[in-house]
Design a protein around this ligand. Structure first.
Ligand SMILES: NC(=O)c1ccc[n+]([C@@H]2O[C@H](COP(=O)([O-])OP(=O)(O)OC[C@H]3O[C@@H](n4cnc5c(N)ncnc54)[C@H](OP(=O)(O)O)[C@@H]3O)[C@@H](O)[C@H]2O)c1
Length: 342
């Protein structure tokens, strides 16, 4: 899939009209109170889903509720016997201590999880920015925080998949076209990802963003393998596995959102960049396609590109996954890193 085609994609084929009524289903979206995540939540809510918005600012959540309820978008109006619902899960992905208590509380009244979008992200913050535990901010937020959250949600996802139609329970890891600029040879410089890392402090900030987005690709790929292995065995036929969770990574598209909040200052550059950015609702469709389209049910381990098409990961990152086991290596490192918070 060429860079050009991802930057200037064709019109989406899968739109809100193609989303079925979602009553009875439960969804979680990190960073769901702004940008692309908000568009995903808007569609899920107006189709009757129970939507959990995970983020660190309750006031941003409250503002988003008003925005989502008040504006269904003209293509979404449907008659629902059970209306959608919205709730807040207060977690700061840049502080690992906040994640487990929030998930444990959530699990008291959430008994299924149909699709989770690991959508929150930070891009090019001031150099030297770190998470509470000392990770480079982009790596810590985009990868480590999401990994811990995912680890805590895995049992619920697996249990939901066991009792659901095959391919409908999914974990979506939001990456970026920028993963194609991640460090060579395989996307992750494993010497740069620990806490208070000296090497990371000397790497270019864009390089670190790209590396974090390659990290999201690796997590999706490794979870795709693990979820098949983790699927429970069928009672009727012990030789058969019950449906597993489908794991997909994606590039939502280049979009007008708050993500560029840290990369402002040069007006000419800002103008030029704005020329290649699309409406955030189109990025929402990319994410909705990955999470809900019938055809992506069999796309475990795949990669979706704007605005809802099957694509492929850049070849050197793919090579690392297939011949160097980079996904498994990252997973094992992160297991160790988050063990005191899980
Ligand atoms: N926009 C693009 O052109 C583009 C292109 C490729 C990929 N992406 C990816 O798309 C995803 C969504 O980005 P967006 O464009 O919608 O940007 P956005 O509007 O800035 O949304 C990012 C969301 O992440 C949340 N977030 C950041 N740090 C967090 C933390 N420590 N804990 C919890 N939540 C946190 C933000 O919440 P706060 O407001 O509280 O910070 C915000 O809700 C990101 O993963 C991004 O990398 C975007």
């Amino acid at each position: 899939m060429s860079t050009y085609s991802q930057m200037f994609p064709p019109k989406p084929v899968f739109t809100e009209k193609d989303i079925p009524i979602l009553s009875g289903k439960v969804f979680l979206v990190t960073g769901g109170y702004s940008g692309v995540g908000l568009e995903v939540c808007r569609a899920l809510y107006h189709k009757g889903g129970r939507v959990i918005i995970a983020g660190r600012s309750e006031s941003s959540y409250t503002a988003a509720v008003e925005e989502i309820r008040g504006n269904c978008g003209d293509r979404l109006t449907v008659d629902l016997s059970t209306p959608g619902s919205l709730e807040f899960l207060c977690i700061d992905l840049a502080d690992l201590t906040t994640i487990k208590p929030a998930v444990e509380k959530m699990l008291e009244n959430v008994k299924r999880l149909d699709v989770v979008w690991y959508n929150a992200g930070v891009m090019v913050p001031p150099a030297g920015s770190k998470t509470k535990q000392g990770y480079e901010l982009q790596w810590g937020t985009n990868v480590v925080g999401h990994f811990l959250l995912h680890k805590l949600l895995c049992p619920l996802l697996t249990a939901t998949a066991a009792g659901s139609e095959a391919g409908t329970v999914r974990a979506i890891f939001v990456s970026s076209i920028m993963h194609t600029y991640s460090p060579k040879p395989y996307g992750i410089d494993f010497d740069s990802i620990s806490r208070d890392n000296e090497k990371a402090s000397k790497m270019a900030i864009w390089n670190l963003y790209s590396q974090s987005k390659a990290g999201d690709v690796l997590l999706a790929d490794e979870y795709a393998k693990r979820s098949v292995a983790l699927a429970p065995v069928s009672n009727e036929d012990p030789a058969k596995k019950k449906p597993h969770v489908v794991s997909i990574s994606l590039n939502p598209g280049n979009l007008k959102t708050n993500l560029q909040r840290h990369s402002t200052g040069n007006k000419i550059k800002e103008f030029l960049v704005s020329m290649i950015l699309h409406e955030q609702s189109l990025g929402g469709l990319t994410e909705l396609y990955a999470g809900l389209a019938p055809e992506t049910a069999d796309y475990n381990g795949g990669y979706v590109v704007p605005f809802g098409r099957k694509g492929s990961v850049v070849s050197y990152v793919k090579k690392g996954l297939t011949s160097e086991g980079t996904g498994a290596k990252l997973w094992e490192i992160l297991e160790e890193e988050v063990k005191d918070f899980a």
